[in-house]
Design a protein around this ligand. Structure first.
Ligand SMILES: [Zn+2]
Ligand SMILES: [Zn+2]
Length: 378
């Protein structure tokens, strides 16, 4: 049976028989954008007819098999093959590829995609964890208890009571999808009765109440490398939730928070702290035992040290968790001016003051009173 009123598909799209796929695609895009009913509110009827026509032409010419039939037998060939009964919804997958989210149909397409029973990856899980400064600095192996969904062993994840099996879903006839006609579009949605599985259990598994999965607490051993900081995310592959329909599991992300140290301030892998000095210690020099990351460190203050000087002990900071050596340890010294002097101390200070020469005029901008960082060895 021929349809005499049907226009030639090549004519509809304005392409030739030798046009390449890309050319056909681009021609279709142009006319579909031109004739989309949303863009032609004044002559919606005509636009809808034209839009349908070019979409049908494209659905045939973009499919090598259909194109060959059409080239050989014309419209008649397609009618007998049952291919020109409108257009099947798979064209919309293409439609989406061509137009992206231009018409805001993303939800409709993704709904259709979801229902095809494709395996999906399980959900990623996040676990927040707080560490002491010492744990973060040295690294720690710990166990965490994680509530998560696991496959029900009693029913092997099917949700059906042992020996009862499953039946095809009546709502969707086992297809997992429902098709709606909306305007001239066919919209497919995941069947709500079976959630796209296409089948329904006869009797629910008593262990999981038909869910196929059970919430269980799983203990995971976690090795935290030394040097981690607040905000560090550790990925534990495959320890997220199992994927539906036998899909691969998601990942577990452990997000760390590290408590602050009472006096060490952290900048990356480097550590800073402030050490007070008396005027006498700063003037005459002194050797101090100061706290370090792993026990005391020896800090030699040379005579004539200015307030604000910074001393560095190389390689005694935190480890770089990305495996790049160690940071440094910085001691910033602050000379304390005495605020309460005894009568004797005051006398001595006055005697000292009379002999000390200082020019009380502004210092040169470029000459900082803060000495450069001094390295301490040994
Ligand atoms: Zn079960
Ligand atoms: Zn169903």
């Amino acid at each position: 049976m021929t349809k005499g009123n049907q226009r030639d598909y090549y004519e509809v799209l304005g392409v030739s028989r030798t046009s390449a796929v890309e050319e056909i695609k681009s021609a279709y895009r142009k006319s579909a954008l031109k004739w989309h009913p949303d863009r032609n509110p004044a002559n919606k009827q005509e636009a809808e007819a034209k839009f349908r026509e070019c979409t049908e032409a494209y659905s045939v010419l973009s499919d090598p098999q259909k194109k060959q039939i059409y080239d050989t037998y014309g419209h008649a060939g397609l009618s007998s093959a049952g291919a020109s009964q409108g257009f099947d919804s798979s064209i919309f997958q293409d439609f989406h590829d061509i137009f992206g989210d231009f018409f805001g149909f993303d939800d409709m397409f993704s709904g259709g995609r979801r229902g095809r029973g494709r395996t999906q990856r399980g959900a990623d899980l996040r676990y927040d964890m707080t560490l002491t400064f010492e744990e973060a600095s040295a690294g720690v192996t710990t166990k965490i208890k994680l509530p998560r969904q696991e496959f029900c062993e009693a029913c092997n994840g099917t949700g059906a009571k042992k020996g009862t099996g499953v039946v095809a879903c009546q709502s969707c006839g086992g297809r997992g999808q429902l098709a709606y006609q909306q305007g001239f579009f066919t919209i497919t949605r995941t069947c709500p009765a079976c959630q796209g599985a296409g089948q329904i259990v006869r009797e629910r598994c008593p262990d999981c109440r038909g869910q196929g999965r059970i919430e269980r607490e799983k203990t995971i051993e976690l090795r935290i490398p030394p040097g981690v900081d607040t905000g560090t995310r550790l990925r534990v592959a495959g320890e997220g939730e199992p994927g539906p329909n036998g899909g691969p599991p998601g990942d577990l992300y452990v997000v760390l928070e590290v408590k602050e140290h009472p006096f060490f301030e952290r900048r990356g892998a480097d550590l800073y702290c402030t050490i007070p000095l008396s005027i006498a210690q700063a003037s005459l020099g002194v050797e101090l035992q100061v706290p370090g990351l792993n026990g005391d460190e020896k800090l030699k203050i040379p005579e004539g040290t200015q307030s604000g000087a910074v001393f560095r002990i190389k390689g005694r900071g935190l480890a770089d968790p990305r495996g790049g050596g160690k940071g440094d340890l910085y001691y910033h010294v602050r000379v304390l001016t005495p605020t309460k002097l005894t009568r004797d101390q005051r006398k001595i200070m006055e005697q000292l003051g009379a002999t000390l020469k200082v020019e009380n005029k502004p210092a040169d901008r470029n000459s900082s009173i803060f000495d450069k960082v001094k390295d301490i060895f040994g």
